[in-house]
Design a protein around this ligand. Sequence first.
Ligand SMILES: Cc1cc2nc3c(=O)[nH]c(=O)nc-3n(C[C@H](O)[C@H](O)[C@H](O)COP(=O)(O)OP(=O)(O)OC[C@H]3O[C@@H](n4cnc5c(N)ncnc54)[C@H](O)[C@@H]3O)c2cc1C
Length: 449
Amino acid sequence: MRVAVVGAGISGLVAAYRLRLALGSELELALVERRERIGGTLHTGVLAGGPVDLGAEAFVGRRPEIPALLRELGLADQLVHPSGRRPLIWSGGTAHPMPGGTLMGIPAQADSMTGLVDEATLRRIATEPDRPLHWKPGDDVSVADLVSERFGAQVVSRSVEPLLGGVYAGLANSIGVRSALPGLAAALDAGAASLSEAVSRALPPPSTAPVFGGIRDGYRVLLDALLAAASPELDIDTTAKDLTRTSRGWRLEPVGECDAVILATPAPVTAELLGSPLPEAAAALARIELSSSAVVALALPVDTPLPENSGILVATGESLRAKAFTLSSRKWPHLAERDVAIVRVSFGRFGDDSLLALSDAELIAAATEDLATVTGIAIRPVTAAVQRWRGGLPQYAPGHAELVSTIESAVGATPGLAVAGAYLHGVGVPACAASGTTAAERILAGGEG
Ligand SMILES: Cc1cc2nc3c(=O)[nH]c(=O)nc-3n(C[C@H](O)[C@H](O)[C@H](O)COP(=O)(O)OP(=O)(O)OC[C@H]3O[C@@H](n4cnc5c(N)ncnc54)[C@H](O)[C@@H]3O)c2cc1C
């Protein structure tokens, strides 16, 4: 069996690895990657002589996929957890503790927002259960529309958007409730009488398990192990194109004929590749928008008196250019052992690609100045690394679930074809890995469905 996997991000690499595990030497596997390296939006760079992740740096710890992959690949000792320090929110020109007990920043009770929002907003949250909620099962609206109508604009800009900015590089009006917060949508569908009640129902039960996990020497370790285990004919620095159906299955450049194809590419590329064979899926894919971001990793003298917090998230509407600071040496015990203090500064929100026009020097200067502003201390980088992510994150806009269902039913009815990636069932690395596994299983099952 000859299979082509297009895209060597985590989704494509996991799909390739699962196919090889199942088929062994019976599989002829081609992996095509447009960049000159594997990993897609996962990229471990070098900073002050040690590895540092310049794309994703963590994964949700309660999902099983990444610890399971590390174990399977003999890398269990690479699994690390954060220190447990809490982040701050920068709002109104000062730092506030991040509220606890919220669902993506949406409170279940007014008192969790004390200090972060004004008195009128606190009263509005407290009395929200008294106002009738108009929600029909199946509704989908933007997170901004729902939260500002019930709790007011300050909750959106100061509590919700700092968190959405971290996950999707999105704004509350570019992200829909149903796809981004399925538990909340389910509670509303099930008849919660208010948003406060829906949030209370949707909050995960309290747990002492670590919320996040990471990889000691960076994602590179996992990517390399997946590639080695998948052992494909790897074509890097090569753009796959011209996908057409043939009597055997598929043909695409530069792979030629094959029995099956897995497209693990971002939505706009997948739209282009499926334009001729599956126009309906391609049209749905083309409606998924992307958001760009950039990461500047700063190495500071190890004795820099950074706050004792894991990071600082920035409310929207502040006069900073950065949207978040991860105080990596405070967040991750394994990075605290390094002889520099590491801070990752993130830029970029949906609809504003202006940061991509800045030079490395300008981005480093903005990162340094903004970090000095939020910490109130002098910031003197020893060295820095810059990474831009053009179109790095898909936006889960209202109605996203319907687009995904259109894409999946068209692809599901087409033998020898599967899709995987961050636009399907979650942007996080575990969800992408799961989508790679599902795509491989679909090809292995053969036929339709
Ligand atoms: C700055 C940033 C920080 C993030 N932080 C986190 C985090 O901490 N935790 C977390 O869980 N997630 C995080 N994410 C999200 C997560 O990293 C991504 O959603 C995930 O890595 C996407 O993987 P993928 O394989 O689906 O897509 P990609 O990584 O985009 O891979 C797709 C690949 O396809 C290739 N390609 C495109 N077109 C073609 C073509 N025509 N031919 C061949 N190849 C092609 C691309 O070059 C790319 O390598 C972050 C994302 C960003 C941008």
